[in-house]
Design a protein around this ligand. Sequence first.
Ligand SMILES: [Zn+2]
Length: 378
Amino acid sequence: MSQVKLLPWPNGHRCPFLLRDDDVSYFTKPDNLRKLYESTWQRKFVVSFSVIPNIACNIPSYTYARQFGLTYSPMIPPDVRGKSAKYKTSDNPELIEFLQERRKNGQADLILHGFTHERINNIPEFLIRNKLEIRDRLEAALDLFQKTFHSNPKTFLPPREKISKEAWSNIVGNGLNLCRNFPLFLKEYLSSFSKGYFPLRPHPRLRAIFPWFGINYVNFYGDTYEFRSNGFFFSFIHDPEKQLKAAKRIFKWEYDSWNVSVWSLHHWEFFFDWNDTVTQKKHQQNLEQFLNYVAQYDVWKCGFTELADWLIRFKNVKATAENDGLSIIAGMPIKNLAIYSPKKCSLTGLPAESYESREDTTIIREMPANQLVEIKVD
Ligand SMILES: [Zn+2]
């Protein structure tokens, strides 16, 4: 058997690392995002913001917010909380400018988070089963997102993480990837069935839950993916110290198995209840400590758009093992493809300036489509 092999992530990184920040809406203050993520961005992490195009103000609060005596979701500012009005993100030019600039600098990615995030007959927005209503809501959301950011979203996050089968086919049918928090442990996974939401196909899902079964994303069909997030961390739902410990442990596990590592945050929780300075200082410190910990490792700091693009291109790379090496053909151009070889090897089929070797890894900077590249142990 040849010991030369393709590595799964660009530049030979061990794992893609993503931060997902939820519930960006008309009400989100750019200054607060700046305060919260200043050091995150200094360390070159990417924050993928999930945007609600037309937020409703009367979203009921869930168990964890009820402990603060709140009837309505604290992601809405107190002065409009519980009112029947809706607010469009497109009406907040300062926020749009901020997000677009961060996106241009490679510091942020944008994903679509429902349309209004409201509950319909007490059911999360995309857990409803009426096909026409699902279609209308998704169309309106895509349209508004397009008009606001002059681009189409590539990834969809359903409000409350929950979708019906009907919504699932519409979302995936529109070529959108999905990202959801999904329980890492079997007990929680099984109970999601009894809670009545669509928990995805069992087989690939099991692979996603248990890293030793495979990797941490599911490829549905064609070029659409579902990414699993580890859930909300650095959140007032849980004890700060326990979260930090669990976060490090889960990250290390994902890193060791070359998995995708996705973490969900709520910027608004850090400023609870709509202060201009961080009120949840302990959680913020723990987030910083966690990112310091992660930064010691060889992670690929990316957003969902880049990750999905990589997966599509990588899926089109055909690598055939030979006695003393590997032959590779890419179906689409791909950058920073990494090849591992424990022994010194040489590469044919590409000009010398398009690849470089370091220690046991060769990185092909520019791999054109349909070009045979051979790597042989010297
Ligand atoms: Zn949300």
